[in-house]
Design a protein around this ligand. Sequence first.
Ligand SMILES: C[S@@+](CC[C@H](N)C(=O)[O-])C[C@H]1O[C@@H](n2cnc3c(N)ncnc32)[C@H](O)[C@@H]1O
Length: 375
Amino acid sequence: MSKRMDLTTKLRQKFVLDKIYGSDWNAGSSNPLVVELDTTEACDLACPGCISQDIMVTNNRFSNERLLELGKEFYESGVKAVVLIGGGEPLAHPAVGDLINYLGSHDIHIGITTNGTFIKKYLKEIAEYSNWTRVSVDASSVGLFDKLRPSKSGKSKFEFIVENMRMLAEVKTGKLGFSYLVQTEADGPGVHSNVHEIYTAAELAKDIGCDYFEVKPSYQFREDIEHALMKHDSSLMQEAKAEIERLDELETDNFSILKAINLAYSLEGISEDQPKNYSKCPATELRTLVCPSGAFVCPYWRGKDNMNIGNLHTTSFADMWSSDRRKEVMDYLDPGKHCSFHCLRHESNTTVIDLVESAEKGEKIETIAEYDRFI
Ligand SMILES: C[S@@+](CC[C@H](N)C(=O)[O-])C[C@H]1O[C@@H](n2cnc3c(N)ncnc32)[C@H](O)[C@@H]1O
C-alpha cells in the first residue's frame, strides 16, 4: 500500500529524543542533527519553473578546500546526516566525491538529491556511501523530459540519466529513488503538464531498479507569495489523482510508492494558508541549510536575507551556530507570523512541542531504535 511520508515517528528515535530533551529550547540546540548542503548554486540543467532559479544567477560555490573543511566541521559539531541538495546540482561540485568519502567514512549518513547527470562520475563514492540517492526525473518519455528538464547545452540528458540510474541500481548499498514533481502549465512559462506520465514514470522507475518512486507537489516561489502550494487546473489534478491511485498496483516488497507530505493538499486544490499556533520553529534547531550564498533557517527561506544565519565561506560551522546573528534570526523567526505556507515540517514541529510538554508533565516517552538519521 503506497504511503504518505512519515516524518514524526522518526522523532522518537533515541538519538533524537536525547537531543530534544538535552536542549534548552529557549537558548536553542547546541548543534543540528541534519544539514542540508548546497555545494554549488550552478546547474547543468535549465528547468523552467525551478524553485531555485533566482539563486542560481551567480553560479556561486564553495571552494574545494572549504567544502572539505565544512565536512570536517559538521563531523566535529555532531551532525548525524548531510543531504547534498541544491540550489544547483550538488554533484556538479568538483570536490563532491572527496566530500562523500569523508562524510561516509566518518559515519555521517548521506542523502543526495540530484538531477542524475553526474552519477557515473561518482558511481563508486555514491554506491559505497550514499544512504539514499533521489533522482529528479519528472517524466517517462524523452520528449516530455526535454521540455521539463532541458540541459543548458541543448543536448538531451534523458537516456544518459536513465543509464546512470541503471548503473547505480546494480551497485548501490543505499536506496535509489525516482522523484516526480507534479507540474502543469500553471507552474510558469515553459512548463508543461506531466500528469499523464505519472504511472509510466513509476513503471520506468521500477524497471530501472529503483527502491521507491516519490510523487511531490510543486510550490510557487514569487517574492510576494512565500512558497504557497501551486494552484493547478482541477481537471488536471483529477487526472493526476487517477494516475496516482493506480500506482499501488506497482508496489512490491522491493519497490514502494511515496507520497510527499503536502501532495494531497495540492491534488485537492487546497492552497490556502496553513496556520501555525506556535511561535518558535523546533525543526530549524534540529536541521539547517548551508549554501554558498549563506546559511538559512530552512529550505523555504533559502536565499532570503532576513533568514540568513551566516556566511560559511568565512565562518566556521560551529561559530555560525553559536553566533549572535543566528540568535537574532531565531528570535525573529515566528512560524505563526512568517510561515503561513504548507510546511513540510509542520507536523514535526507540533510533535516536538508535544514531546517537550509531555516530558514537562513527567509523562514517560517510549523511544524506538535508530532506523533513519534523516529526521
Ligand atoms: C532545485 S532541485 C536541486 C537539486 C538537483 N539539481 C535536482 O534536480 O534534484 C531540488 C528539488 O527541487 C524540486 N523543485 C524544483 N522546482 C520546484 C518547485 N517549483 N516546487 C517544488 N519543488 C521544486 C525538484 O523536483 C528537485 O527534486
